[in-house]
Design a protein around this ligand. Structure first.
Ligand code: 3MF
Ligand code: MG
Length: 433
C-alpha cells in the first residue's frame, strides 16, 4: 500500500450541478451513449511515464517533484506501482499504459533489464487481477538511454539494432502476459539530425525490417492486440521518419504492413506536424489504419510538445466526431499522454488533472454523439457531393479523358460555383456544444 494519495476521495460521477472539485460532472461511466456505456466508448488510460516516472525537468532545470518512489531500485519500482494502482482506484479509469523503462529499474545489461521487467510484470498482473484495471497498451522506451542517441532500429551500429529488437521482444512478452489490447511503437530517435552523416535509404529499410520482425513475433506468440505506430514529425530528432499519418501509411505500404499495423494518433504530434488532430484521425480512418489516440494538447504558441492535459471541450468534440465516424474505438482508447506543469507539486494536482481531462473528454464525446445522432452535419456533407450520385458522374471515373471531353462539349457543361457554407456549419456545430 502507498499513502501518497491519503485523504483524497474516490472521484465519482455527481452530475453537472455538483460543486465538488473531487467529482465528475460529465463522466458517468454507466451512462449509455450511442448504445454503449460511456466507459466503453472512451476507454480512458493513464500514462505511467508522465505521472509516475517524469521528475518535472525541462531544458533549463532539473527535477521539481519529490516523490517517495524516485530512485533506481526494485523497492522503489514496487512502491511506484502500488501508488499508481492507488491512483487508478481513485480515478476509476479502466486502463493504463507503460514503457519498460517507466516501471522497472535500469540495469547494467539486457538480461538484468529483462529480469526486472518480468518481476514488475508479475507484480502488475497480481494488482490487475485484484483491481480489474486493464492494460490498454505496452511499449518499449527506445529513446531515453544514451545507447539510442543515434536511433534504435535505424542506428548505424547493428549492436544497437540488436539491443532494441531484444528489448521490443521483452516488452511484447510483458504486454501479452498482461492481456494488453495494443502494442505501440513510437520512434522518437528514428530519424536524423543531419543528412551529412545519414544514409536515409538504409535507415528506412532497417526500420521496415524491425517493424516486420516485431509483427511476426507478436503473432507467433499469439498476441491478438493491435500493433500501432505513433507518428510524430520531430522532437527529439530533428526529422522523424514517422512524420504524420500520411507518411506512416506510405511506409506501411512499402513493407506490406498496411493491414497489420495501425496508428496511435497524438493531439500534440498532429499540431507539430502542421495538422489538426481531427485531420489526422479522419485520414487514418479513410486509410483504414485508425487505432487509438494519445489525448493531450500543445501550447499553440511555444511550438514544443508540451503534453498538457486537454481542457477544451470544442476541440476534443471534433476529434471524437471523427472517431465516431470510424465506428468508435475497437481495441484503442483515450490515453492521457499528458503531464502536469512542473509547478504542480501536490498529489491532488495529479488526480485532478486526470479527473478534469476525463470530464472534458466526456463532455466533448457527448457533444460529438449529439452531432452524429442529429445527422444534420452529415446530411449537409452528403448534399455537397450529391452530384456524384448521377450515373454520368459515376461513369466518368471509369472512363477516359477523351470521353469526358466529348461529353463536356456535347452537353455544354459549365459548372456553377456553390457556397461551401463553412460559417453556417460552424454555427451548427456550436449548437451541440
Ligand atoms: C512522445 C510520446 C511518447 C509516446 C510513447 C508511446 C513518451 O512525444 O508521445 O511518450 O506516446 O513513447 O509510444
Ligand atoms: Mg504519445
Amino acid at each position: 500500500m502507498s499513502d501518497f494519495f491519503k485523504d483524497i476521495p474516490e472521484i465519482r460521477f455527481a452530475g453537472p450541478d455538483s460543486d465538488s472539485e473531487f467529482a465528475y460532472r460529465h463522466y458517468d461511466p454507466d451512462e449509455t451513449v450511442l448504445g454503449k456505456r460511456l466507459e466503453d466508448q472512451l476507454r480512458f488510460a493513464v500514462a505511467y511515464w508522465h505521472s509516475f516516472a517524469w521528475e518535472g525537468g525541462d531544458p533549463f532545470g532539473g527535477a521539481t517533484f519529490e516523490r517517495p518512489w524516485f530512485g533506481n531500485g526494485m523497492a522503489q519500482a514496487k512502491l511506484k506501482a502500488d501508488t499508481a494502482f492507488e491512483m487508478f482506484r481513485i480515478l476509476g479509469q479502466p486502463y493504463f499504459c507503460f514503457h519498460d523503462a517507466d516501471v522497472r529499474p535500469e540495469g547494467e545489461s539486457f538480461a538484468e533489464n529483462t529480469r526486472a521487467l518480468r518481476e514488475i510484470t508479475d507484480h502488475f498482473q497480481k494488482k490487475m487481477e485484484e483491481t480489474g484495471t486493464r492494460l490498454l497498451w505496452g511499449t518499449a522506451n527506445l529513446f531515453s538511454h544514451r545507447r539510442y542517441m543515434a536511433g534504435a532500429a535505424t542506428n548505424p551500429d547493428p549492436d544497437v539494432y540488436a539491443f532494441a529488437a531484444a528489448t521490443v521482444k521483452s516488452c511484447i512478452d510483458a504486454t501479452h502476459q498482461l492481456g494488453g489490447e495494443n502494442y505501440v511503437l513510437w520512434g522518437g530517435r528514428e530519424g536524423y539530425e543531419t543528412l551529412l552523416n545519414t544514409d536515409m535509404g538504409r535507415e528506412r529499410q532497417q526500420a521496415g525490417r524491425f517493424l516486420c520482425q516485431a509483427v511476426e513475433y507478436a503473432r507467433k506468440i499469439g498476441f491478438e492486440g493491435t500493433i500501432l505506430i505513433e507518428p510524430k514529425p520531430q522532437e527529439p530528432t530533428k526529422h522523424q521518419y514517422d512524420y504524420d499519418v500520411a507518411t506512416v501509411y506510405g511506409f506501411l505500404k512499402d513493407f506490406g504492413l498496411e493491414r497489420e499495423v495501425k496508428v496511435n494518433i497524438e493531439q500534440g504530434h498532429a499540431i507539430l506536424a502542421g495538422h489538426s488532430f481531427e485531420h489526422e484521425i479522419a485520414l487514418a480512418r479513410e486509410l483504414g489504419i485508425f487505432g487509438s489516440i494519445d489525448m493531450n494538447r500543445n501550447d499553440y504558441q511555444s511550438g514544443w510538445d508540451t503534453d498538457q492535459f486537454p481542457s477544451s471541450v470544442p476541440e476534443v468534440a471534433l476529434a471524437y466526431y471523427e472517431i465516431l465516424k470510424a465506428g468508435g474505438f475497437t481495441t484503442g482508447g483515450t490515453n492521457f499522454d499528458a503531464k502536469l506543469r512542473r509547478q504542480s507539486l501536490d498529489p491532488e494536482d495529479l488526480i485532478l488533472a486526470h479527473a478534469g481531462a476525463m470530464d472534458v473528454c466526456a463532455a466533448g464525446f457527448k457533444a460529438a454523439a449529439r452531432m452524429w445522432e442529429d445527422g444534420r452535419l452529415e446530411a449537409a456533407r452528403e448534399a455537397r457531393y450529391a452530384g456524384w450520385d448521377t450515373p454520368q458522374a459515376k461513369a466518368m471515373l471509369d472512363g477516359d479523358l477523351e470521353a469526358i471531353a466529348a461529353r463536356v462539349e456535347a452537353e455544354g457543361i459549365a459548372p456553377a460555383p456553390r457556397s461551401g457554407r463553412q460559417e453556417r456549419l460552424e454555427n451548427l456545430v456550436n449548437r451541440y456544444l
